[in-house]
Ligand binder design. Structure first.
Ligand code: AP5
Length: 212
């Protein structure tokens, strides 16, 4: 099964992708995590991506699509994938459709998580992430047992550079899923819309139900 998670920055895509991947054993592929890994390792791709990420803008399609296609060409991605943060527009969606079609697969479900802007601002401002295992926390909604420390692996928690208020506003202005992308999956019959302004468990249950 191949699933895409759509939603604005802070909607809960990463949090829910981690939970669903654990429950379904789908491989979780996050283009945001891939870019952050490249930034951390100071690769050429990371240096380029950082110039866009720091401004709250999307990394150019050509670069993003090449990275994603290379990733899904590797072993482990054949049985099923949960895509988190990809695609962001119709060009990326079409490239993914074409790549999957070439191996006899397709996107089975596109799950759109909706959350109002004021809640997104609060979520991104309070997000903390484990440096070692990537587990996501929120200082108010889903805090770790010990402040600054991951419950799962004991790693140090940090806040993302692009969660600064001035960058968050640009991300919310420029990075909501465009109507054409939503229409792309509606036309294919794979779109399911999920109310993301509920508890973590309620959203997970709705997503799992939509996946079937
Ligand atoms: P990316 O990492 O994908 O960022 P994003 O889309 O902005 O999404 P976020 O990771 O900020 O939010 P999320 O929806 O995953 O929410 P989360 O689960 O963390 O991309 C980063 C950058 O990389 C982009 O800006 C762009 O430059 C580049 N990039 C990536 N993909 C690209 C692409 N395809 N094309 C071009 N460029 C690309 O949750 C947020 C917080 O809320 C957490 O603290 C969490 O604990 C909390 N929370 C979650 N759910 C709930 C709930 N139900 N109730 C209460 N709190 C909740």
């Amino acid at each position: 099964m191949f699933v895409v998670l759509l939603g604005p920055p802070g909607a809960g895509k990463g949090t829910q992708a981690q939970r669903i991947a654990e429950a379904t054993k789908l491989l979780h592929i996050s283009t945001g995590d891939m870019f952050r890994e490249n930034v951390k390792n100071e690769t050429e791709l990371g240096k380029l991506a950082k110039t866009f990420m720091d401004r709250g803008e999307l990394v150019p399609d050509e670069v993003t699509i090449r990275m994603l296609l290379e990733r899904i060409g590797r072993p482990g991605a054949a049985a099923g994938v949960m895509f988190d943060g990809f695609p962001r527009n119709v060009v990326q969606a079409q490239a993914l459709d074409d790549a999957l079609a070439a191996r006899g697969n397709r996107i089975d479900r596109a799950l759109l998580i909706s959350v109002p802007d004021e809640e997104l601002l609060a979520r991104l401002g309070g997000r903390w992430i484990c440096r070692d295992c990537g587990h996501l926390y929120h200082e108010r909604n889903d805090p770790p047992k010990t402040a600054g420390k991951c419950d799962h692996c004991g790693g140090e928690l940090y806040q993302r550079e692009d969660d600064r208020p001035e960058v968050v506003q640009t991300r919310l202005d420029k990075q909501k899923p465009p109507a054409a992308l939503i229409d792309h999956y509606r036309a294919a019959g794979s779109l399911r819309e999920i109310d993301g302004q509920r508890s973590l468990d309620a959203v997970t249950a709705s997503l799992l139900e939509a996946i079937g």
